[in-house]
Write a protein that binds this ligand. Structure first.
Ligand SMILES: *Cc1c(COP(=O)(O)O)cnc(C)c1O
Length: 372
């Protein structure tokens, strides 16, 4: 039967045997009453560190906590200013506020949809922040990642990298999170490396930051009932760790499948008013999102056509951070060149998930081509 619909995302395409292996693993953990902590967590952190070539990989409860813990671990304190991109997921902004610091939104550019060095420099000079959170959105990173890292270091601004969407990406042949001073990720099930529930991790090359993270995740514990810091309970579960261990064995195949999808779209949709956005040559993407830009005036009609054909779509994200109704009470400043606003009106995401089939990709492309 020919394809009649394609979801924006589905989580049900697991490798053969994955389900049974997971359930057997859960049974074994259950029998050992290993629910939180235990050898499975340490094993998973070891596998994460190996895969990402990180010195330290530390599991925690979710990707938002990971950012909060990283902020505290590097010493961000009450009323410190922290730069965040105006185009990101709200959690980046929220994390800054939740540790008592003040977010400053800094615009991205329209080419990479990420920060560039010139705007970042301007923001550092104008706001003199304590830290900045560079977000690697959509499955790639800004081509100026290394320059921004160097500038931040020289300026004494601690650079945290929100890698919730960039697991497995590389710049100049090197792991992005593995070469960051400190980076975070989310294992929300819909991310490139997802868990069986909420989970996250922090990666760092700095021993002191790593030690702080471990303490902050577990109630500021220095000993079982000695508490040296005000932390959180942000421990990662054993079932999530098991699921991550199993998923890591397949992560290269899943990324390859996602990359096949974004390559397919780019090739098939050449020359249309809907223009797929891709990373620069020095960046290895992970295919998290299929991103395209269209004249904002033409977007609603294309969305209608996708809906009619039962093709799922996304608009990631439909509003800049500084424009959210929850923002003004906390916003300590902004650099707004209008780009995040433009992207929020022009962006359209096509279906993209691991093991999407050629027939599904073809159906999506036929729908888009027919529309134009
Ligand atoms: C998903 C995501 C987060 C939050 O992760 P959770 O695990 O849902 O808390 C933070 N930042 C970005 C860019 C994300 O995509």
């Amino acid at each position: 039967m020919s394809i009649q619909q394609v979801p924006f995302i589905t989580l049900n395409r697991f490798e053969p045997g994955f389900r049974d292996e997971f359930l057997a693993g859960v049974a074994s953990l259950f029998d050992k009453t290993q629910f939180v902590g235990g050898p499975i967590v340490a094993e998973m952190e070891g596998n994460l560190a190996t895969y990402t070539k990180s010195k330290h990989a530390i599991g925690c409860a979710n990707g938002t906590d990971a950012i909060q813990i990283a902020l505290r671990a590097v010493g961000v304190d009450k009323n410190d200013k922290v730069l965040v991109p105006d185009m990101t997921f709200w959690a980046t902004f929220e994390a800054v506020v939740n540790v008592g610091a003040n977010p400053v939104t800094v615009d991205v550019n329209r080419e990479a949809c990420h920060w560039d060095l010139a705007t970042f420099k301007k923001a550092v000079e104008q706001f003199k922040p304590k830290a900045a959170i560079m977000v690697h959105l959509y499955g790639w990173v800004t081509p100026e990642t290394l320059e921004i890292r160097k500038f931040a270091k020289d300026a004494g601004v601690v650079l945290i990298e929100d890698g919730a969407q960039c697991f497995g990406t590389e710049i100049d042949g090197q792991s992005v999170v593995g070469t960051a001073l400190i980076a975070t990720t989310s294992f929300y099930p819909a991310k490139v490396l997802g868990a069986s529930g909420d989970a996250g991790a922090i990666f760092t090359s700095n021993d002191e930051y790593a030690k702080n993270c471990r303490t902050l995740i577990n109630h500021g514990r220095t000993d079982h009932y000695s508490h040296g810091m005000i932390g959180w309970n942000s421990r990662i579960g054993a079932y999530e760790s098991l699921f991550l261990n199993m998923s890591l064995k397949h992560i290269d195949a899943r990324i390859k499948s996602r990359m096949n999808a974004v390559n397919f779209y780019e090739e098939a949709l050449k020359g249309l008013p809907f223009k797929p956005v891709r990373a620069t040559k020095n960046v290895k993407e992970n295919g998290y999102c299929a991103v395209g830009m269209i004249d904002p005036a033409l977007r609603p009609a294309l969305i209608e056509s996708l809906k009619k054909a039962n093709v799922g779509y996304g608009t990631i994200y439909p509003g800049a951070m500084s424009m959210q109704s929850g923002a003004p009470a906390y916003l300590a400043g902004k650099i707004d060149n209008g780009n995040a606003h433009y992207i929020s009106q022009a962006v359209l995401n096509l279906p993209c998930f691991a093991y999407i089939t050629t027939e599904e990709l073809q159906y999506v492309c036929d729908t888009v081509k027919k529309h134009f």
